[in-house]
Write a protein that binds this ligand. Sequence first.
Ligand SMILES: C[S@@+](CC[C@H](N)C(=O)[O-])C[C@H]1O[C@@H](n2cnc3c(N)ncnc32)[C@H](O)[C@@H]1O
Length: 219
Amino acid sequence: MSDEGIGLDDAYSVKTPEDNKRLYAKWAATYDSSFVDAKQYRYPKAISEVFDQVVNDSIHRVADIGTGTGLTGMYLSRLRPEVELDGMDISPQMLDQAKLKTRNDASPVYRKLYERDLTQEVPNENPPYEALISSGTFTHGHLGPECLRNLLPLLANNGWLVVGVNNEHFEGKNFAGELASLVEKGAITEPQILRIDVYEPGSVHYGDQARVIVTRAIN
Ligand SMILES: C[S@@+](CC[C@H](N)C(=O)[O-])C[C@H]1O[C@@H](n2cnc3c(N)ncnc32)[C@H](O)[C@@H]1O
């Protein structure tokens, strides 16, 4: 596969964290141009808009889960300039791209970026975050429902989760069941599940939707 030809089929056919590292090492440099711009991918923007609508203004410390090239942070920083953002991703090459993203005032979008495998327990050297945001990372062969519990220790009590999940992945991997079990254990509040369009009208993928899990950690 040439770097220019990488696309959704490749992204959906990965199976392991190592597959993900290999795929995104190749894709990082062209992800924004050959995929985001070419396919009119609006997921990071849409998730940031949901975050802005549901999360109260007093929240300042946020982590972007599966940061990729940093588009979610970039959009969130435009809507919430006061938010301090860290990012976590398994791919150092994607994080190198995220490092280059800037806010409207030309400062870097992210305070710190961490290479983390989110299928495992996630080490955190910082005080717990007030909110986590994620787009495009809970999808086929990337992060499954069982990874939600790896994220909860990153949050302060009442910390927000605003997490996008690919629609078919949500159904096929029974995210609803995992969420119900986390509610039953007293780990999260009853979630709200929203829907967003992942691509702009005019995209070849227009019509693909994602669910957005909105809930709060009880820690
Ligand atoms: C489709 S990209 C989405 C990036 C960005 N949030 C966006 O919407 O453009 C998926 C991201 O998940 C990351 N990823 C895949 N598996 C991972 C894992 N096990 N731990 C952490 N990040 C992972 C990839 O490196 C990649 O940056």
